[in-house]
Unconditional design. Sequence first.
Length: 540
Amino acid sequence: MKSLLSLIKVSLNHDMNIFKINTKKQSKFSKIGLPIIITIYIMIIFGVYSNELIKQLTPVHMEYFALTMFVMIVSFLTLIEGIYKSGSLLFNCKDDDLLLSLPIKKRTILFIRIFKFYVFELLYNSLFLLPAIIVYAYYIHPSWTYYLSSVVAIFLLPIIPIILSCIIGFLITAFSSRFKGKSIVQTIVTTIFLVAILFFSYNLDNIIKNIAKQATSINDLITKLYYPAGSYIKLVTDFKVTEFLLFILIHILLFTIVIFILGKTYFKINSNNKRVLIKKKTSHNSHYEIKKHSPTRAIIKKEISRYVNSSVYIVNAGFGLVLFLLGCIIISLKFDSLATSMLANSKDLTIENVKDVLPTLMFGFVCFTSFMTSITSSTISLEGKTFNILKSLPIKPYQIMKAKILSALVIMIPCILVGDIIIFIRFQFDIISILLILLASIILPIISETFGILINLKYPKLDALNDTEVVKQSMSSMIATFMGMGISLLNIILLFMLLGKNMSNHLIIIIFMSFYTVLCIGITFFLYKTCDKSFNNIIT
């Protein structure tokens, strides 16, 4: 037990400190203030949502339905996030050799890995559930059993989504480990699964309507389909000791059983995932040619290779590009039906009105995709302990940063241009709109990826044990995500404000692109001036 607690302590101290920064000097604000501000910001937002929802439910005395919805939403988000996080968090860990050499049971190692996963999801879920629990208590003034049930529920609710995501992650990794291109196969399977989930979510209204015909209410439907939500709501509305103990026992038993079952095959799959398949070739030609590349081209090649060989990196940083392409295809094929459903409650707007402003809407879609895709916010952190090798290269830091940005653009821009061309052909945009959107498809990714590299230079994480910690749990990736969301939201608001003033598509896009062009030049110049100092201040 003592060795288990020591391993858990070391693992959490090393891996869960997402705000640890590898620089010569870390400010108190970065260490303490910024995490607190981000946490309060998220909790306030979800507290406002909870308040508005419970206000609407108070007249019909169904305030508890807000808790049901939040439990379902958080569990769903945990499942989606865990599916592609589990593959990297449980497999391909850099400390495998060290842990396997220690005199501890292999099942203990698996428990530590899943427990670390559980702690992260517990913190993640608490950000969303606590505001709803507090707002509900403010309106209802419940007894002490509500607080007891809620505290226990916060600790137990992440378990079933984690179990499901671990099982799915195991299956994906087990399937991909049989192929030579393990990471590519794993990425394809994971992407297909996530697209299937999104498709299911898109048609969820129709599915719920068909099932709800057999249920008395939406709340009854959810609580019947998902045991944790139903059990928690029963404890909130009618607390019983037997149900409370059963709620705890079921979750603990499920967690124990899954670890026991997965422990039987975990290490076999892990070893298969690490093995290298060598295809033997026979050749009578003994002449070998050494290819030479320029430093920039060599770094670009290395970065792209690093990207395609990390499934969690591809899915996290590139899934937005997949959605962009799917969105362009769906809009092209089903524009009339989508527009009709969107305008169902509008008497003033018609499909022709939407077609008239389609170039501006497409520009907004490009903006959203560009700023929500940040490949470079993790690229320095992924160097890990090899960062000193990068420092020793006989080229300037700015050239290295430029190569990393170019490698991200090589991935992003072609995907965006393909989506652009699909829309251009389907809706026959005029030449000026085409040129402006093509310009945006180049400049906006440059801004996004330059922002990403600047953030990662400021907040690198070089001591991660796997890619998941860098891509999902690092400060730089979190800042890049929130910054992208903020800029995207501001873009949408401003675009609709200008559309409301009956301005032409060309004028609106020109106004935005004039600003973004100046911003692109300014941020590139800022990187050129500051990257040498920031790069040299990073320590491993």
